[in-house]
Design a protein. Structure first.
Length: 271
């Protein structure tokens, strides 16, 4: 289903860097990530936005700042973007945060890192709203100067599916979202109100990651956590930059919950 923009309105142009790893990779996680990318593109469109797929060849300062586009081969359009979504995918190169890669890292793709970092840097520099999802959440933490856990040890909250659980992509658990945060705004229509005076809300999420934020970057604040303390959302308090560790695009979620954060983000980009 495609949602039309409001009467007299326009569809904000949301840039999404493409995935560069091939679905033919023998690791099935690569094809799964590429499929989730397609879901994100569809949800941005269904939420009222116009997805703009960003490849290394299409990046130019004019795309982000509204200046003259270089007009090169494959140029998407002269208009500036209105926002950016950083999707999931393989692991970041740990050298980006000062570590050597461990054996658990998968689909480390230097060209993908370069593309996603370039998109994020230009979007932040241009003051565009930016939403990171899973890998995008981890990338923002690293870009701001934080570090990652390269491979999470099993704990009290499942963050990825185990083969002994019957297969499937996801582990399922709740996250607690800080009231008044950007992520709370994304989920305001579907979150369960919390109890007590904190005003925090809870959302059941689809989780599928083996890495997580270790040291939170300076300049970012934590706005959602799992019951085991895992950092599930981050944001920059000085600009509209936010990220979630989970997968809001998972098809197993209720349709209203899938669409709500993308629709809300498109509205942020429209403002």
């Amino acid at each position: 289903m495609q949602t039309s923009s409001p009467a007299g309105g326009r569809r904000p142009r949301i840039g999404i860097p493409v995935r560069l790893s091939s679905s033919a990779d023998p690791d099935p996680r690569v094809a799964e990530a590429n499929g989730l990318f397609d879901y994100i593109v569809d949800l941005v469109r269904d939420g009222g936005g116009e997805p703009v797929l960003l490849t290394p060849e299409l990046l130019s300062p004019g795309l982000f700042k509204g200046g003259p586009h270089d007009g090169g081969p494959g140029a998407v359009a002269p208009e500036a973007l209105d926002g950016v979504v950083l999707p999931g995918g393989g692991d970041l190169d740990p050298r980006l945060y000062g570590e050597e890669p461990g054996g658990a890292c998968y689909d480390v793709n230097v060209e993908q890192d370069r593309l996603d970092i370039a998109v994020a840097q230009q979007a932040i520099g241009a003051g565009l709203p930016l939403l990171g999802i899973c890998r995008g959440h981890q990338l923002l933490n690293v870009l701001y100067g934080g570090t990652l856990i390269q491979d999470m040890a099993p704990g009290t909250v499942p963050h990825r599916d185990s083969p002994t659980d019957g297969g499937g992509l996801w582990a399922w658990h709740d996250v607690t979202i800080s009231p008044g945060s950007k992520v709370a705004r994304l989920y305001g229509a579907v979150a369960d109100p919390g109890s007590g005076s904190s005003g925090a809300s809870s959302v059941k999420i689809a989780s599928g990651h083996h890495q997580a934020v270790a040291h939170v970057a300076p300049g970012l604040v934590v706005t959602a956590v799992a019951d085991d303390g895992t950092v599930e959302a981050l944001e920059d308090p000085d600009r509209w930059v936010a990220s979630v560790q989970w997968h809001p695009e998972a098809v197993e979620l209720p349709e209203a919950q899938r669409l709500a954060p993308f629709r809300a983000f498109v509205e942020v980009c429209r403002e």
